[in-house]
Write a protein that binds this ligand. Structure first.
Ligand code: SF4
Length: 205
């Protein structure tokens, strides 16, 4: 069976799932190329550097000490092994969380029943997604993923990274309108962080 391509582990975090003390696993590979990505090393879809067996041993040692495990990335829904990994994490007694930007709606739908919480990145007004992600059609995919998330009833938080060169006040209004059409509240805004970003123009602004 394929295993998650993992390239990072944060052993304890109180800020990756509000209100929960979690471990965070970082998957390798993302189909999008956001200019502000602060984990660009995780974008190439290649083998990970962290064996699942090692992660399993670590999680076994934290049973009863952590509330849950968040799978982040990269883009976790790229991974064929995601459903099996979530099921195994749950079987160890942890609550399960996911960070996603929603590029694979069908795959997201498959794992929603295995999730207790989703942190979803809303990049832009749906029509303008390629300006951020560099990928045509990405807005339609994110829109469908958000529709599925909303219908699932799984707890979630929406957030939008704001860089003044990429999103202005009118764009934020349009994001709010797009989300309202899906019955969702406005995303929480988070400022661009230069740490890790390799786009020199964005970092200089
Ligand atoms: S979706 Fe996330 S991981 Fe992928 S390129 Fe954009 S910011 Fe980076």
């Amino acid at each position: 069976m394929a295993e998650l391509a993992l390239s990072g582990l944060v052993r304890h975090s109180a800020c990756d799932w509000p209100g929960e003390l979690v471990a965070v696993l970082f998957t390798q590979g993302c189909p999008w190329s956001c200019r502000y990505c602060h984990n660009p090393d995780l974008i190439p879809a290649r083998a990970g550097t962290l064996p699942w067996a090692e992660v399993r041993d670590f999680l076994q040692s934290r049973r009863g000490l952590l509330d849950g495990v968040v799978i982040s990335g990269g883009e976790p829904t790229l991974q064929a092994a995601l459903p099996a990994a979530l099921a195994e994490i749950r079987s160890m007694g942890f609550r399960t969380g996911l960070h996603s930007a929603g590029p694979y709606p069908e795959r997201l739908a498959r794992v929603l029943p295995l999730l207790d919480w989703v942190g979803f990145d809303v990049k832009a007004p749906f029509a303008d997604y390629p300006r951020i992600t560099g990928v045509p059609g990405s807005g339609l995919r994110a829109q469908e993923s958000l529709r599925l998330l909303q219908e699932s009833g799984v707890a979630h938080a929406l957030r939008t990274t704001v860089h003044p060169r990429l999103l202005g006040a009118a764009d934020l209004d349009r994001i709010g309108a797009d989300l309202a059409e899906l019955g969702l509240p406005m995303a929480e805004l988070q400022p661009f962080r230069a740490a890790g970003c390799i786009d020199t123009e964005l970092c200089a602004t």
